[in-house]
Design a protein around this ligand. Structure first.
Ligand code: AHR
Length: 702
């Protein structure tokens, strides 16, 4: 255990801190500044090679209209839209839409052309696409045309000098003599960004693939994809897809700008596929992995009812794994554990067996060689080499399963089966269990800045005796929207410093949610690490904190003590409890009674946070300092245990003028780290950290 100051250890100096902080909000500064003592020869923990990763699920249009490259929305004509009730303003509620409404598709009739479109259940493409789009062209001569237009995910992006790959299934009725044009066209119909033709259609279902190239155009999102014909007759469309250039040119690949942001984070693992998305509201809407593999036109898709929109499942199990490959992450695979959000649960025992089998097969798909059934299937899907897998998580937040013993018994069944087949796999639980000892426990924290700071040092005092390692599988300081502002970033940095300092116990961590599409109506969960619209993307200040931390740390945590840390008093809001008073029969009591509970005692919150790690191969020491005060803070640093220290080093600093400063789609780089060479370092020196800042100081010593 290290001896770095935390809330309780700070008590001894609180009178001084308080004196200086009193009445001055966050302007606190101790008389003589902060004193840090770093002992370079005392290693308190080793940082796990998989310490920092990503967590992901289909939320906030993370993949659909986000990372997943597909530009056509409702490409297999199955999309439905649930009713959206606005309780405050019922007039603004939106009714449900059925597949027959052909959501996101519309009819285009040009220059006097005429026709109609409808969903046709009599002409299926395959089992996954049981109804197709029938286009009837009643009038089309000369330059007249009739077609179908897709409005994409908040528009079809047209970017300069880019190559788009269109793919569609179609067939023509006997007597149709025309072909089909595929074009990216501005919403006003005036500008064609790119176009290509299929000269003749078959009378049988055929797959057509085309390349569309844009010229030196202005990037814009105000476009549609139009497939049109200029001869009378009937044409069926079975599936329509359009991909822009993808990261590493993968087929069915991912959006390059977002992937570059992710690669720049240097994450070591990916926790997927959720989150609530894994569980679904019901069994039918869980992440049913077998339906997410194989050719995209054979994937049925499903309603992501956990977050309220349709998933094409184009982002399927293999795509998550390829994503891992592409930026050097290892998968942390969460398997469906027999519990869905609306309280559906499978009883442990024979009822649960099919789901345990499903999980074992999923693990085989990820790790099996080609002699195994599911390894062979993965090879057929395009990836013969097995993926490295060390961690499997059983479920997600199963503490929501209120039935006593339910998760314990379900976990036990999964744990035993996984260990019997894959003894080297480490199994993660998501709620307390008693019957088995998990290898790792997954803990989630979504907090205010104050709560984050209050708890930033919690792991310092967590027992190490016979306890599983900890995976902080979801965490965030929820301040700022759609993406966190500097306040959020300061809370995150304080929290991360605490995790890093306790890296002997906390072996993995990942922020959540990772993504948000900032277009209107796309967000279900505010405060997300990375934002994007149809054209561009950006990292929040919290993103930059992780980028700085992930790329500047050593493998050894060093002993560090601190004195003179400023703090402030925080009065937590008085909690209220809704519902019947204790003892009252629920039915007899008014349902929304609000009771005020006792006001908690005020708390002292530290306002600065530190840790130090050292790279055992280079000798570089990384000191991290988080300053949540509005004042520049001198930090006196003593380093012992080294024979020499170079006077020259480096700082990487993230700071802003106010705690509300943030990045956005229109101002993506307002808050970004600044690197500077520094000198004057040694065994005793002072550096001043700016107000509202996060700093990494690199010290080179031997
Ligand atoms: O990150 C958003 C949600 O928060 C996750 O889906 C769930 O696991 C948690 O409750």
């Amino acid at each position: 255990m290290n001896t770095f100051s935390d809330g309780s250890r700070c008590q001894a100096m609180l009178p001084l801190c308080l004196l200086l902080a009193a009445g001055s909000g966050l302007q606190a500064q101790t008389a003589d500044g902060v004193h840090l003592q770093i002992r370079a020869d005392q290693v308190t923990a080793h940082v796990s090679p998989t310490f920092a990763g990503l967590m992901t699920e289909e939320i906030n249009y993370a993949f659909e209209g986000g990372l997943y490259g597909e530009l056509v929305r409702n490409r297999n004509f199955k999309e439905t839209v649930p009713e959206r009730r606005n309780r405050q303003n019922p007039a603004q509620s939106t009714p449900a839409k059925e597949a027959k409404d052909l959501v996101h598709w519309s009819l285009v009739q040009e220059r006097g052309g005429a026709g109609s479109m409808a969903l046709d259940e009599a002409t299926p493409l395959n089992a996954a696409v049981p109804a197709t789009l029938k286009l009837t062209i009643s009038q089309a001569t000369g330059n007249q045309s009739v077609g179908i237009a897709n409005d994409g995910f908040w528009g079809i992006p047209a970017k300069p000098n880019s190559t788009y790959k269109a793919m569609f299934y179609a067939k023509a009725a006997a007597g149709f003599s025309g072909g089909v044009s595929v074009s990216i066209v501005s919403n006003d119909g005036r500008t064609v960004a790119a176009t290509a033709q299929v000269p003749k259609l078959s009378e049988k279902w055929e797959k057509y693939e085309l390349t569309l190239k844009t010229g030196n155009i202005q990037a814009s999102a105000e476009n549609r994809l139009i497939l049109s014909a200029n001869r009378p007759g009937t044409v069926w469309f079975g599936f329509v897809s359009l991909f822009p250039p993808t990261y590493k040119n993968r087929v069915n690949g991912l959006r390059p700008d977002i992937m570059e942001l992710l690669a720049n984070l240097h994450p070591k693992f990916l926790r997927f596929p959720g989150g609530n998305y894994l569980e679904g509201n019901t069994l039918e809407t869980r992440f049913d992995w077998k339906k997410t593999i194989g050719p995209i036109e054979e994937r049925p898709g499903h309603m992501d009812d956990a977050w309220g929109y349709w998933s094409s499942d184009g982002m399927g199990l293999l795509e998550y794994l390829d994503w891992c490959d592409d930026i050097g992450m290892e998968p942390v695979l969460a398997v469906y554990a027999g519990y869905s959000l609306r309280g559906f649960r499978v009883k442990a025992g024979p009822d649960l067996e099919p789901y345990v089998k499903e999980a074992l097969e999923e693990i085989e798909y990820v790790t099996g060689d080609t002699s195994t059934t599911w390894g062979a299937r993965r090879a057929k899907d395009g990836h013969p080499a097995p993926f490295k897998l060390q961690y499997v998580e059983v479920g997600n937040e199963d503490n929501f399963d209120r039935e006593r013993g339910s998760y314990d018994s379900r976990f036990t069944q999964f744990f035993d089966a996984i260990k019997a087949t894959y003894p080297n796999l480490k199994v993660i639980d998501t709620a307390e269990v008693y019957t088995r000892v998990p290898d790792v426990v997954d803990e989630h924290f979504y907090r205010s800045l104050e709560d984050m700071e209050l708890h930033a040092n919690d792991y310092d005092s967590r027992s190490r005796a016979n306890v599983p390692k900890v995976f902080v599988g979801e965490w965030a300081t929820r301040v700022g929207g759609p993406t966190p502002n500097l306040t959020g970033a300061l809370g995150d940095a304080a929290w991360l410093v605490g995790l890093e300092r306790n890296a002997d116990l906390v072996i993995m961590n990942c922020y959540a949610p990772l993504f948000v599409n900032v277009n209107p109506g796309a967000m279900q969960w505010q405060t997300d690490l990375i934002g994007y619209n149809t054209i561009s993307s950006y990292g929040s200040p919290a993103y930059w904190v992780q980028q700085m931390f992930n790329t500047h740390h050593g493998d050894n945590v060093l002993s560090i003590t601190a004195a003179g840390i400023p703090s402030r008093e925080w009065q937590q809001a008085t909690p209220v409890r809704r519902g019947p008073p204790p003892g009252a029969a629920a039915a007899a009591a008014p349902p929304a009674e609000v009771r005020t509970l006792a006001t908690p005692m005020p708390k002292q919150l530290p306002l600065m946070f530190f840790d130090a790690t050292r790279d055992s191969s280079t000798g570089t020491i990384y000191v991290k300092a988080v300053n949540h005060t509005g004042m520049a803070q001198p930090v006196h640093i003593s380093v012992s245990g080294l024979s020499s220290i170079s006077p020259n080093g480096k700082t990487i600093t993230l700071a802003g003028a106010t705690m509300q400063d943030t990045n956005s789609i229109t101002e993506p780089n307002k808050i970004a780290p600044v690197t500077a060479d520094v000198t004057g370092l040694g065994s005793d020196f002072t550096r001043t950290v700016p107000p509202y800042s996060i700093t990494v100081l690199e010290i080179n010593g031997k």
